[in-house]
Structures are given as structure tokens and as C-alpha cells.
Write a protein that binds this ligand. Structure first.
Ligand SMILES: *Cc1c(COP(=O)(O)O)cnc(C)c1O
Length: 383
């Protein structure tokens, strides 16, 4: 079977949950890369980013911008907010939940895990019960488990546990920010981490971390250097970063954040909800099941690959023949799911294109469905 494209006009399109498409204006400022970071101009741009990030996250105290991928901000949370020997609770319902456990374990924490089948959301009651059982100093979980396309009900979880749990609540919102609401202070969250190449539509290289007043009051005395948040915050507030920041990305971030602020963060979230709903309609029309039907993510939809179709070939053919880059599953889900991201600067017509490509690729692999049924269902949902 023909796996390579014969169409010289095809553009490469990203449907993977990070990196997400970068809008033209942001690309341009990043490409110019003509700013020195120890200047008043950069300081103003940097503070504007911090201000808008705080607004988006619902954090009164401005988040720190770090030069690293999202995992770096996760690590900053662990090294600044835990000590070796601390009991911590992680929720493992996918690849990224597993990462919190591995990371806190690497830093000598006594790690307890609330394990759930991959694709299941966790309920506030389950979290509350686990906290009562394990009595940890900190709880680590994902707002959106990207590996399974599952959204955890963050607001409901926090509402249930905040009054009964005095420890720190640390949320990896790397793939949920911009696609799902976040109101950190109001919900009683102590740390939120995020990354640039997900909802923010800029290339990888920046990560964000916001801490509550309570978390700032509980910074531990572990040895650390690059990710020393008290030093970083002091520097960032006084107009410098501790180290050379990825300044071109900061400039691109400012462009996108200001655009998003103009649209309104609530409207951005509603847009993601609409795109996700359109993809789910298409899936239903094509008889493709969701991995996580109970609490599907608005950032990325995980679809079960039909029995008769080779899932690894599916992502391969989508990329090589249609130049549409989707992510498959990881570990036990390898070859079993395909992940359709609608996170970041993805518009309605991008979504339709993704569905069309998926229909073509499924047909190439012998899947019986009438071509256009998915696109038609999505179009109807959008109108
Ligand atoms: C992408 C992602 C990460 C990892 O971020 P990197 O930028 O790859 O380090 C962590 N958690 C979640 C939920 C993610 O989606």
C-alpha cells in the first residue's frame, strides 16, 4: 500500500497534543530574536506575560516563567515544595500521573499512589478517601491526563478536599490550560504548572509555575540551583530573570497571550469545547469509540482504533501520506488509540481537515465507513 504522499501541495498539520500550531505573528517575533533580555523593553514584555498568565490561571501572585519544558516546572514544584522523606500522594491514571510518581520518588519522597485504570477520571470522593488513608503532605495530579484524553474534575476535587486537607495541592495543568477553566486561588490550589507548546501556541521551551501564598510560605530547604523559585521570583519581580530566558519565546508568548486576552479567556475555553464536541460527533458517526467517554478532554480526544485496523500504521500513514501529525498511544495503549488534539490555535476548519485525513487513512487501512460521514457530523455540530 502507498504510504508516502504523492501530493506536493500538502502542508504539514499538527494534531498532536504539543507542540501545537504556532500562529504566524508569534512565529515572526520568535524568528526575529532580536532582543537583549537585560533591558527595560524586555522587562516590560516579560511582566506583561506574567500578568496575563496570572489572569488566565486565576493566581493573584504572578507566576514565574522558566526556560525549560513543562516537566521542568513539574520538577520545580517537587524540589521547592517537598523534602526527602515527605509522604506524597499522586494520582496515576496515565503516563503523566506516572511521571509525578517517578519524579517525587527520584527526590526521595515516600510516594503513595491512587491508581486508576487509564482512561478513567478520578472522583472527588476517591481523592478524599485516599488523602484520609495516606495523610500526605502534598497531593500531585493532572488536570488533564494527556495520554488518555481524560479531564479530571479539578474544581470539584478541590471543593471536596480543600476543607479537609491541609497539605499542598499541586496540579499539572500543562495540557488543560486554555482548554478548560482554571481558577487557582478560588479553588484553593497551591501550585499550577503549565508549558508553552500546549495551549499557548508557541514552540516548546517555556514553562510556567504559579504558587499560592500558602505554598510560598512552605518552600522547603532542599538543595537546588537552577529551579530555585524564591530566587527566581525575586529576580523576576525586580526585572531580571535569574538566568538567560528563552527571550524570543517570551516575545512570542506575549503576542499570543495578548491576542487571547482580547478574545477573552472564557471564549477560548468555549472554542475548545466546541472543537472537542465536533470531533466526538465525527467519531460517533464513524463508529469510533472514545477511550474516556465519562470525562473526555476538551484539549485532546483519544479514540480507540477499531479492531480491524493497525493503530501504528494509522498514525504513520496519517503523517506520511496526509502530512497530518497525530499522536498514538503510549505503553499499554500503543497501537490501541489515536489522539486527536484540538488544543491551542486550532480552528474549526483545521478540525474538519483532521477528520477528513483520519477518514482517508482509515479507508486506506480497510476500515469500512462511508467517506465524509465524520466530516458531515462535525459540520452539523458546528453550525
Ligand atoms: C506535555 C505534558 C507534560 C510534559 O511536558 P513537556 O513539555 O514535554 O516536558 C506533562 N504533563 C502533561 C499533562 C502534559 O500534557
Amino acid at each position: 500500500m502507498l504510504m508516502e504522499t504523492t501530493d506536493p501541495f500538502l502542508k504539514t498539520r499538527l494534531f498532536c497534543p504539543g507542540p501545537t500550531p504556532v500562529p504566524a505573528e508569534a512565529k515572526q517575533v520568535a524568528a526575529e530574536a532580536n532582543i537583549y533580555h537585560r533591558t527595560e523593553q524586555f522587562y516590560r514584555e516579560f511582566q506583561r506575560c506574567r500578568e496575563l498568565l496570572g489572569k488566565l490561571i486565576g493566581a493573584k501572585r504572578r507566576p514565574c516563567i522558566l526556560t525549560c519544558s513543562g516537566t521542568g516546572a513539574m520538577e520545580a514544584a517537587v524540589t521547592n515544595l517537598t523534602s526527602a522523606g515527605d509522604t506524597v500522594l499522586t494520582i496515576n491514571a496515565g503516563k503523566f500521573g506516572e511521571r509525578w510518581a517517578k519524579m517525587t520518588n527520584a527526590y526521595g519522597c515516600d510516594v503513595r499512589t491512587l491508581a486508576l485504570p487509564w482512561g478513567e477520571p478520578c472522583s472527588p470522593e476517591q481523592v478524599s478517601e485516599a488523602l484520609r488513608r495516606e495523610r500526605p503532605k502534598a497531593l500531585f495530579f493532572q488536570a488533564n491526563e494527556t495520554s488518555t484524553g481524560t479531564y479530571f474534575p479539578v474544581k470539584e476535587i478541590c471543593k471536596k478536599i480543600r476543607s479537609e486537607f491541609d497539605g499542598l495541592i499541586i496540579v499539572d495543568a500543562i495540557s488543560s490550560l486554555c482548554a478548560h477553566p482554571m481558577d487557582m486561588d478560588a479553588w484553593g490550589i497551591d501550585a499550577v504548572v503549565a508549558g508553552s507548546q500546549k495551549g499557548f501556541g508557541i514552540p516548546p521551551g517555556l514553562a510556567f509555575i504559579a504558587l499560592s501564598e500558602r505554598a510560598w510560605g512552605r518552600i522547603t530547604s532542599r538543595p537546588r540551583f537552577y529551579f530555585d523559585l524564591p530566587r527566581e521570583e525575586k529576580n523576576q519581580t525586580e526585572g531580571q530573570t535569574a538566568w538567560t530566558p528563552a527571550s524570543s519565546l517570551v516575545q512570542a508568548l506575549k503576542v499570543n497571550l495578548e491576542y487571547m486576552d482580547q478574545i477573552g479567556f472564557d471564549n477560548i475555553i468555549a472554542h475548545h469545547a466546541n472543537c472537542a464536541a465536533a470531533v466526538r460527533s465525527a467519531a460517533e458517526a464513524l463508529d469510533l469509540k472514545l477511550l474516556s467517554p465519562k470525562s473526555p478532554s476538551q484539549a485532546v480526544t483519544a479514540l480507540l482504533v477499531p479492531q480491524a485496523v493497525d493503530g501504528k500504521k494509522l498514525t504513520k500513514i496519517l503523517a506520511s501520506k496526509y502530512k497530518t501529525v497525530f499522536a498514538g498511544g503510549q505503553d499499554a495503549l500503543a497501537g490501541k488509540i489515536i489522539r486527536f488534539s484540538h488544543l491551542g490555535f486550532v480552528d474549526r476548519f483545521d478540525v474538519l481537515t483532521g477528520i477528513a485525513a483520519l477518514e482517508f487513512a482509515l479507508a486506506d487501512l480497510g476500515y469500512k465507513s462511508r467517506l465524509g460521514e465524520g466530516v458531515k457530523a462535525a459540520l452539523k455540530k458546528m453550525s
